[in-house]
Design a protein around this ligand. Structure first.
Ligand code: CTP
Ligand code: CA
Length: 225
């Protein structure tokens, strides 16, 4: 049905999206986190669902809610939980958009009792988390589309291309924190998309919904090929 395909170009596509921050426990009441609101990832999930996709949204702690119906939300807290959920869902997905702000480090020994305050300072030992997107890049099969984000403050394009290639992505969405109006808590964003042919497209400052639309247009274009 070509009419339906035109209106809903992502019908029959299972697409996985991650959103929000991860929280890494220090003790039962404290964590290491970041300022990600989840707005960008939730907007992408909504837009993909609007285009007909069957969306699985793997979300770190976030106050956002989905507007569309065909979205299955899986809530996770830590990077390790997000990794597990991603590995479980990626196999059956035709595409994955990794927009979560995954913690790079996690405490080595989270305590199961609340740490008491003390006169002297103390040190929290951390270890690197698994690079989820990097792992997905290693197991990606022909026909699967993998999209990542890059948050940069300097040497933006060079760093983004490095991540694109290292993580075996089809395209990367570069977010520059230097751009006024872009970033974590904002309702607007300004992106540059770089694909695996290094074709680079810079977009203007837009609402996160419109940015999600641009990202999803690129996904539709690549899935059609
Ligand atoms: N990412 C991930 N797992 C991690 C860290 C990052 O899947 N443990 C993903 C992010 O979701 C994003 C991409 O990798 O799609 C790039 O994240 P970013 O923080 O910009 O880059 P890093 O590779 O973590 O490098 P750095 O923070 O040092 O710039
Ligand atoms: Ca990082």
């Amino acid at each position: 049905n070509t009419d339906l395909k035109k209106k809903l170009p992502l019908i029959d596509q299972k697409i996985m999206v991650t959103a929000g921050p991860t929280y890494e426990a220090i003790d039962p009441v404290r964590f290491i986190g970041n300022h990600s609101s989840g707005k960008m990832g939730f907007a992408i999930a909504d837009e993909l669902a609007k285009l007909g996709a069957d969306v699985t949204l793997i979300a770190g702690p976030s106050a956002q809610t989905s507007k569309q119906k065909n979205i299955t939300r899986i809530d996770v807290v830590s990077a390790a939980e997000m990794l597990e959920a991603c590995l479980q869902n990626f196999k059956n997905s035709t595409a994955c958009v990794m927009s979560a702000a995954v913690a790079d480090y996690t405490p080595v020994n989270p305590l199961n009792q609340k740490i008491k305050k003390q006169e002297k300072g103390f040190t929290i030992n951390v270890k690197k988390t698994t690079d989820i997107l990097g792992e997905l890049g290693k197991i990606k099969q022909p026909g699967q589309l993998l999209v990542g984000f890059a948050l940069e403050t300097n040497d933006e394009e060079k760093n983004a291309v490095g991540k694109l290639q290292k993580k075996n992505l089809d395209f990367i969405v570069l977010n520059s924190l230097n751009d006024e109006g872009a970033g974590f808590k904002k309702d607007t964003n300004k992106i540059t998309i770089i694909d695996s042919n290094l074709q680079t497209t810079a977009y203007g400052l837009k609402s996160k919904e419109d940015v999600a639309h641009d990202i999803c247009t690129k996904i539709v274009e690549l899935i059609k090929k």
